[in-house]
Design a protein around this ligand. Sequence first.
Ligand code: AMP
Length: 280
Amino acid sequence: MKIYKTIADMRAASRTARYTGKRLGLVPTMGALHEGHLSLVRAARAKCDGVAVSIFVNPLQFGPSEDLAKYPRTFERDRELLEKEGVDILFAPTPEEMYPTGAVTYVTVEGLSEKLCGKSRPGHFRGVTTVVAKLFHIVEPDAAFFGQKDAAQATIIRRMVQDLNLPVEIAVCPIVREPDGLAMSSRNAYLSPQERKSALVLHRALTEVKNRFDQGERNAINLIAAGTQVLTQDPTVRLDYFEIVNPVTLDPVPELTSCALVAGAAFVGNTRLIDNILLP
Ligand code: AMP
């Protein structure tokens, strides 16, 4: 596996790959890799001739009071995992390489970026779309792989690719969960043993909504109430949002007549966790 830290080296490598007719897949990550990330790597490997993974803890997508400084950084372990997965290229730039002094240009997907997590994390999605657009220009992948775990992010990136005519195929892969149902996340490492137990409420709330849906309930207000009730049972959990939206527009839906996204975010202690399901 080749490791590149500069944009120039990364671009030279991907151009060479493309000249030789290889289809290149990109998996953008912030590192602290787990099975969720590796599932994207495997999907990329299945669909592409070469796989590039980026590891970059993107300062632009963290708010001033968020966890940028303490975000887990486990580069050596990540490198070994990617090596084992047969990844061809690891792109790991520094913040200075990605955002040299004086950079003032951003990519914003208007409207969508203020929904779901965008409401409580102003500027977050602008940070995501700016870095992903930059990574697409630097790596020039044929396809890029994202997780359904960050459902709003996937919707917003698809919109950006469509609106800006970016020549990248977007694949969204299923959420990988722990055996008890907790969605895998690099942030799970922050949880104390007690918080780890409480963290399951998000999955429990989504399961409750799915059960009610399976029993025939289609009214969004009733389904949200059922999910919220589960979420608020644990006093150590602080609800951020629990919504049922159209997966393309991210606007709330009153009735679940076609595919809907049930998405929630909650603080368990100081750790903010997200999870979602698609119904049906
Ligand atoms: P992150 O490193 O958290 O920015 O995540 C990098 C990519 O991995 C994003 O596309 C995420 O949606 C995806 N991802 C994170 N956790 C999971 C998971 N549990 N299952 C599937 N994909 C995931």
